[in-house]
Each structure stands twice: as C-alpha cells, then as structure tokens.
Ligand binder design. Structure first.
Ligand code: G1P
Length: 288
C-alpha cells in the first residue's frame, strides 16, 4: 500500500528555544525566509505524500494560518501588481491537503502520534519531527519510501552520532544488510553512553505501519514519564520486521540554538541570490 499521509507532531512548547517560542510556534521559526515546517512539508511533497496531519496544541494557530489562503494579503499583492510575491503566497496555500487535531496533554511523542490515529486510519504513514531538517539531493523521506516499497514494513531514519551524544536520541541495534541499510534488532530511548547498543541514532523521520497504534496504546510511560514512540516501536518489532536507513544528506537539529544557526547559514549559502554576500560577510568577520 502506498504511503499517502504524513503526521507532524507539533504540540511541543519549544522550551529549548525560549523566549522566542513564547508567542511563536517553534515550527514557524525561519530558515532564511521559510518556516521550518514548510521544509518538511516540501520534503513530504517530494515523496509523493498527499495529506498532512498536524498534531497541534495551544498557541499554534500561526501554523494553520501559514498554510491557509490569505484573501486579504493576496488582494493587496494583486492590487499592487506584486505578482511574484503573490505566487509565493499562493504556492504555500496550494501545497497539499492539511488536517489539524489537538494533543490536549503533553504526554510524549508516542501519545502525539496516537492522537492522529483517526485521521491516519489503517494505512502506513510517515512521521516528520519538524526540529530535524535534512538537506539532501534525494529528500530523506523519498529515500525511506524507496526502502519501504522494497521491504513493505516500517523504516526509520538513522545517523551515526558521536558516542557522547547518544543519550539525546533513540538508539538502535541493527544488523547491516546493505550499504546504508540495517535490519533493526532492538532500540532504546535516550540510553546512557554505557547502555547504548550502537552509535546509530534515530532522526526525526519515520515510516510506520498502522499496527504501531495498537502498540502505543499499551505502552506505559517511559523516559521522562512520557509515552515514548521508541518504546512502542520496540514492541512492534516483536510482531513485524523493521529497517533503519542511514540516509544520505546533512541533518540539522533546528530546535537547538546552534543547530538553528548552522542550518540558516547552510541554507543561505544554497540561495544563488544570497550566497556571495553571505560568504563575503563571513570572511569579513576576521575570525580568530
Ligand atoms: C525524539 C525521539 C528520539 C529521536 C529524536 C530525534 O526525541 O524521542 O527517539 O532520536 O526525537 O530528533 P526528542 O528530540 O523529541 O527529545
């Protein structure tokens, strides 16, 4: 069955990025001139996904406004003859079909995914964590869907991280079965360095079979007292095979100050109209 739907958990408070996230959803922070979440929606489109389901919470209406039609703005741009800008604005609201539902309690990533159950139904689906931005020639989710089309089961995105960083991630144990592909044998959410089964960290892209919902439902609170998606996937692993893809591309943790700054520099350098001036500016900083 084709992957047609993508779920975006976006109810988090963005506490790593206060005070900017006090009144602005972290998903709406800009990379150059587009909000973080738009990069993920574009990645979903490039993977032929047709429907986006966003799990929101209090204070997140800017996300809905961004992907909605703005009659007032479009009228003003039309009247002023600003047709290029008009196209940019219209392209965003014409991207895909969006549905929104709220996670009423902060009970963790697994719980956020479960909130989307009715909107997903009984079909495989993609999950995007908007903090993780991947810059790749072949978009990360497209790489994962290629694996899914061959294997017909859940696929996780993984990346090798320095040993001292494993405790920030879900970490897998896997058997290498291809150039960048692992059959998942086990996984653990945010292990200590000593307990980590490998240095392969789960990055915020998942392709999940719908049976995951039954497993989340019976997953008790884990790390941090929250219902962890990693724990539910570990449970699903008992019933179904699962693969992990060490995707090709650069990943930025844009939910973190340093990662966000790095991502902005990297994406600015990819814009023809900005590149030379950004290079000139950085060289002129006289860094020691
Ligand atoms: C979540 C997941 C974790 C994963 C990470 C990727 O953690 O729980 O397994 O490795 O995203 O970014 P969070 O960063 O939300 O704490």
């Amino acid at each position: 069955m084709k992957v047609r739907k993508a779920l975006f958990p976006a109810a988090g408070m963005g506490t790593r990025f206060l005070p900017i996230t006090k009144a602005i959803p972290k998903e709406m922070l800009p990379l150059v001139d587009k909000p973080l979440i738009q990069y993920c929606v574009e990645e979903a489109m490039a993977a032929a996904i047709k429907e986006i389901i966003i799990i929101t919470g209090m204070g997140k209406t800017a996300i809905e406004d961004h992907f909605d039609t703005s009659f007032q703005l479009e009228t003003i741009l039309k009247n002023k003859g600003k047709l290029e800008e008009l196209k940019v604005v219209q392209d965003v609201s014409n991207m895909l079909h969006f549905s929104y539902t709220r996670q009423k309690e902060a009970k963790g990533l697994g719980h956020a995914v479960l909130v989307g159950r009715n909107l997903i139904g009984n079909e495989p689906f993609a999950v995007f964590l908007g903090d993780d931005i991947v810059n790749a020639t072949v978009p990360c989710m497209k790489q994962m869907i290629d694996v899914y089309n061959e294997k017909g089961c859940s696929v996780l995105a993984v990346k090798k991280v320095p040993r001292d960083e494993v405790s920030q991630y879900g970490v897998i144990a896997g058997e290498k079965v291809g150039d960048r592909l692992y059959r998942v044998l086990d996984m653990v959410e945010k292990p200590s360095v000593e307990d980590a089964p490998s240095d392969l960290a789960i990055i915020g892209r998942y392709l999940l079979m719908p049976e995951i919902f039954d497993h989340i439902e019976v997953t008790p609170p884990g790390r941090g007292g929250e219902i962890q998606l990693t724990d539910a996937m570990k449970s699903l692993l008992k019933d179904q095979p699962m693969y992990a893809l060490e995707f090709e591309g650069d990943r930025y943790d844009a939910g973190d100050r340093l990662g966000f700054i790095k991502a902005n520099i990297a994406f600015a350098l990819e814009r023809d109209e900005l590149r030379d001036d950004v290079v000139k500016f950085i060289k002129g900083l006289n860094l020691k």
